[in-house]
Ligand binder design. Structure first.
Ligand code: NA7
Length: 526
């Protein structure tokens, strides 16, 4: 019997293992993949990279680690991040507790023993007093049911299950379905080498420039000195990023000054257009309209065919309703003769044929089809595990109308089961958000050991109160009416519910700390 089974060796699971081991607990970290890294293991498509500044994404639990690792770019690409996570695992000797190629398929709570019996896809059974899900928010790929795929003679891949072997796109006819962050990152790479590229777009997004750049040695030295400042800046910001909004309203400066700031942000690295903008661009309709108009103009400037430019301008949402994909030459792709943009609203896909994709208008010949169609986000990877709590109750049932947790950490009726990077918790720059939870879980387990407690779970009342608070964090913001994975609205049949926490990191951390200060308010121990 282990003290803890952690599920998922991504950025949060690795950190959880580190902290639990430090607390003297025996830990088994089960990982479905054959390597560590989670998101940075699975999403190996060309162009996959951070939209958080590299140095703000890495771990902060060890200053030595922070100082010795040298990121090559402001926004590192997937191979570098995967190398970083492998380095961490080896440097802190974590690999001996990580079981690769071990997918957890079921977990049942044994009330008499106050322990979890966990089943793996290999047929093994493991026992632990505590179970920590660190399976990731965006880890269960969504593949739309398009008829004919089984008979398609070409190759096809989902961006989040990209093969380890190189996928040959050079000189081939490539189709990309989906224009979210993954599609927007991959498309310029595909356009560079493909003989023909067809992009199937259901909904246009407000993409802003990544403005990536190398991190020279001098900058690395400067970052090393800024360890505490970077950490503090991330934890003081709503999304865990280094950026801060201006204290000003977009409406209290004159139009020239407003435009100059928008242009400055357009030329700056990262998510600045969203995060370092005027304070009210997502809360005031007029401020929001101003930034949206600016970006509309940019698309029109960059795309030479006005009809194509109009197709690339979102018509169902304004800037800030969804996290904007960051791009590098994305709009210019559509100025090239071998690239075709297919707007699915006018020309829906009907089926895969043997050698292509048929829409209501015509059949596009395709050698390689790429699904950049996103994820059954937040709850998808958790509910696919058959988790049964008290009385055999299924977690998937408990969450049928949307996730229910207290503080995003635990669900009522599922004692000793914790979520890090799960539903109803803060998001943004993921490691900065989930480390709050990892530290909370570790402290809770220490507390239980000190007080001889066997189990902990939240009360139904605390869970209901958190649900109501979570809903209040999106009410009245630009997010509220978004059609996005954050609400589960990309998955046919999934109940619409806000799956994240929009109150920001400082507020989230304050709630978690307050619960502890009030004697683990909202939680019951036994
Ligand atoms: P996203 O952001 O969920 O994007 C998925 C894309 O796939 C999006 O353009 C979808 O259009 C499109 N999609 C989904 N289903 C279909 C079907 N059936 N037909 C055509 N197009 C479809 O996932 P990503 O992987 O790009 O990014 C996930 C997150 O990673 C992102 O938010 C960042 O935080 C990092 P839709 O918009 O739903 O109409």
């Amino acid at each position: 019997m282990y003290d803890v089974i952690v599920v998922g060796a991504g950025i949060s699971g690795i950190y959880q293992l580190y902290r639990l081991r430090e607390a003297g607990l025996s830990v088994c970290l089960c990982e479905a993949g054959s390597g560590v890294g989670g998101t940075w293991y699975w999403n190996r498509y060309p162009g996959a990279r951070f939209d958080s500044e590299s140095y703000s994404y890495g771990y902060f639990f060890s200053r030595e680690l922070f100082e010795e690792w040298r990121w090559s770019e402001e926004f590192a690409a997937q191979p570098e991040t995967e190398r970083y996570l492998n380095h961490v695992v080896d440097r802190f000797d974590l690999r001996r507790d990580i079981h690769l190629a071990t997918r957890i398929t079921g977990a049942a709570y044994d009330e008499a023993d106050a322990a979890w019996l966990v089943t793996t896809a290999n047929g093994e059974q493991l026992r632990a007093r505590f179970l920590v899900s660190a399976v990731g928010l965006l880890s269960e790929p969504y593949l739309p049911a398009i008829p004919g795929l089984a008979d398609f003679a070409g190759e096809w891949h989902h961006t989040a299950r990209w093969p380890h072997e190189a996928v040959e796109l050079s000189g081939r006819r490539v189709a990309v379905i989906g224009t979210g962050s993954s599609g927007v990152q991959l498309i310029p790479h595909a356009a560079r080498v493909a003989a023909e590229l067809v992009v199937f777009q259901r909904t246009a997004n407000w993409c802003t420039p990544l403005n990536n750049r190398p991190l020279p040695a001098s900058r690395h030295q400067e970052l090393r000195r800024s360890f505490h400042d970077i950490y503090r800046a991330c934890h003081a910001s709503p999304g865990g990023f280094v950026h801060r909004p201006l204290p000003l309203s977009a409406l209290e400066v004159d139009p020239g000054e407003r435009l100059a700031h928008f242009q400055h942000l357009y030329d700056s690295p990262g998510l600045t257009m969203l995060l370092a903008n005027f304070r009210d661009i997502t809360t005031d309709q007029n401020a929001n309209a101003a930034v949206t108009a600016f970006l509309r103009g940019k698309i029109r400037d960059r795309v030479t065919d006005p009809a194509v430019a109009e197709l690339l301008i979102p018509d169902d949402h304004t800037f800030g309703m969804k996290r904007p994909p960051l791009e590098d030459g994305y709009y210019e792709v559509f100025n090239q003769a071998h690239v075709t943009l297919v707007p699915l609203a006018r020309e829906p896909i009907q089926a895969f044929t043997r050698h292509g994709i048929a829409t209501t208008n015509r059949t596009y010949p395709v050698d390689v089809a790429v699904f950049a169609t996103g994820f059954d986000a937040v709850t998808g990877a958790i509910t696919r595990i058959d988790i049964r709590g008290r009385g055999g109750a299924r977690l998937a049932h408990h969450w049928a109308a949307g996730p229910r947790t207290h503080l995003g950490l635990q669900s009522a009726g599922f004692p000793n089961l914790f979520f890090v990077g799960g539903p109803q918790s803060t998001t943004g720059n993921i490691p900065r958000a989930t480390e709050i939870q990892v530290d909370w879980v570790t402290a809770c387990l220490r507390h239980m050991a000190e007080h001889g407690r066997r189990w902990v779970e939240p009360t139904a009342a605390a869970e209901a109160a958190w649900l109501s608070h979570v809903s209040s964090t999106v009410r009245g913001t630009a997010l509220e009416h978004a059609t996005s994975w954050a609400f589960g609205s990309n998955i046919p049949g999934k109940a619409r519910a806000y799956q994240l926490y929009a109150g920001g990191i400082p507020a989230y951390r304050a709630h978690c700390e307050a619960a502890v200060e009030r004697g683990y308010e909202g939680f019951t121990f036994g």
